[in-house]
Design a protein. Structure first.
Length: 174
């Protein structure tokens, strides 16, 4: 549609129709397209067409990520893309223990619970083992605002630091 900036745009498909739209200015940069897919066909389609994949821990637990990555990679290969072109993100539902002895009881699988150090270890592992490079934190218990601040100001900077150090060591070996 943005290719028609300054003119008119029309589309008539099997399900949708747009008639005589006058598009606004094109965005200043490409807008990435991320899919929140779960089934095998959609995961392969995501690998073929999307810029990224994003889903939550409560929908796709970590033990299913190797299978998800295989399907994303298959889709990318089908399209002649390098699988590394498909970014992977995770919506992290859970709670950060901010004080010693703090505990939560969850009755839903897929929730992440731990101290800030345990969160760092988990996210670094998700990056190294499953190639995730985008994380969105969804606190589900406790002082949510305080947890968000810890996630942003302590956990993520440490995750970035550890990943950078690992990458620098790997680059020295090569």
């Amino acid at each position: 549609m943005w290719d028609h900036a300054g003119g008119r745009f029309s589309y008539s498909g099997g399900f949708y129709k747009v008639g005589e739209l006058v598009p606004g200015p094109a965005p200043a940069h490409p807008i990435p397209l991320w899919f929140g897919a779960g089934g095998p066909r959609m995961l392969r389609l995501t690998g073929r067409m999307a810029d990224g994949w994003l889903v939550g821990t409560i929908y796709v637990p970590p033990q299913q990520l190797p299978e998800v990555n295989t399907l994303l990679d298959e889709g990318a290969a089908q399209a002649g893309r390098n699988p590394s072109e498909v970014r992977r993100g995770y919506n992290l539902f859970g709670a950060i223990k901010l004080r010693a002895g703090e505990s939560y009881q969850f009755n839903r699988p897929g929730l992440v619970l731990g101290t800030p150090a345990e969160w760092v270890e988990t996210l670094v592992r998700y990056h190294l083992e499953y190639r995730h490079d985008a994380f969105i934190f969804w606190p589900v218990a406790g002082d949510e605002e305080a947890q968000i601040k810890v996630f942003l100001n302590e956990i993520m900077p440490e995750v970035r630091k550890q990943i950078r150090e690992i990458q620098e060591k790997e680059a020295q070996v090569e």
